[in-house]
Design a protein around this ligand. Structure first.
Ligand code: NAD
Length: 254
């Protein structure tokens, strides 16, 4: 493992690794969106210092908890809509547009990669996203607006209009099964790349944090860009320390 502490050195090394790669996969966490004004989980002032997450089994067990979950989801969707993608998102969109990167695998639920210009098909959302809703039984999709209207009119959490099942936002909660297609696609992308670039993730939330290991085991170079140490630093070929915007900014220009 080589650690690059200076921004210039980190940027130079990243540029070299990108130039030497023929298929890059980018993996992002909450850290890439902090410069857009969305707090991450584990930094001081992060989401977990303010409220405890609602676990999937708690959501399933109680109508009151479901109503609280929906209140948080409506607020979150509005907050995410009000912010804009930053230089980090734009740099990744540019890497995808140039064909150097084939996919971005993200733990984020804010859709800022897509809003920066990444094609939907190139974004693998491991934890879903904050802008949809669907029945947990039959999968029928509905909208946040419909859920909000139901709650306003009835005071009850929405049920599926087709099968009566519990409707939930398309965010994957802690304790909820991972989306099988997204996991399969992420593993395949990780196996097929020659440079795996993890950006803005503490790399502690599993199974997502297992994806870089798939790439590493398949022989890819593995680089981490994060302002503090992560769990997987010892396995990385290069650890780039610094703010994401300052290190990735120049790559946003293509
Ligand atoms: P995390 O909070 O555990 O880690 C974020 C990491 O990014 C930290 O190590 C922090 O030091 C680093 N970081 C923050 N801002 C940075 C910056 N500007 N430059 C460089 N590094 C920076 O987040 P995680 O690893 O993604 O895992 C937590 C879970 O959080 C995920 O499951 C994700 O679904 C969820 N989450 C998503 C959002 C979002 O969609 N924007 C926001 C909060 C949490």
């Amino acid at each position: 493992m080589r650690v690059f502490e200076e921004v210039d050195a980190a940027r130079t090394r990243l540029g070299e690794m990108i130039a030497e790669a023929s298929r890059i996969v980018v993996f992002t966490g909450a850290g890439i969106s902090t410069e857009s004004g969305i707090p991450d989980f584990r930094s001081p002032g992060g989401i977990w210092s303010k409220m405890k997450p609602i676990m999937f089994d708690e959501f399933m067990a109680s109508e009151e908890t479901r109503l609280e979950d929906w209140r948080r989801r409506f607020k979150m969707a509005r907050e995410f809509t009000a912010v804009a993608p930053n230089a980090g998102h734009r740099a990744i969109a540019a890497l995808l547009a140039s064909g150097r990167a084939g996919a971005v695998i993200t733990q984020n639920i804010d859709r800022l990669h897509q809003r920066a210009g990444a094609h939907d098909a190139a974004v693998v959302e491991l934890h879903g996203n904050a802008f949809g809703a669907a029945c947990l039984e039959c999968g029928l999709e509905t909208t946040l607006a419909a859920a909000e209207k139901t709650i306003a009119e009835t005071g009850r959490a929405p049920r599926c209009t087709a099968c009566g099942g519990i409707v939930k936002s398309t965010i994957i909660s802690f304790g909820q099964p991972m989306p099988a297609d997204a996991m399969r696609r992420a593993q395949a992308e990780a196996r097929d790349c020659d440079l795996f670039l993890a950006i803005g993730s503490s790399l502690v939330v599993y199974p997502a944090a297992g994806i870089p290991l798939v790439a590493k085991q398949a022989g890819a170079r593995f680089a981490i860009l994060n302002r503090e140490a992560t769990e997987l630093d010892p396995l990385a070929d290069a650890v780039l320390r610094g703010g994401i915007g300052e290190v990735l900014g120049p790559f946003a220009l293509g």
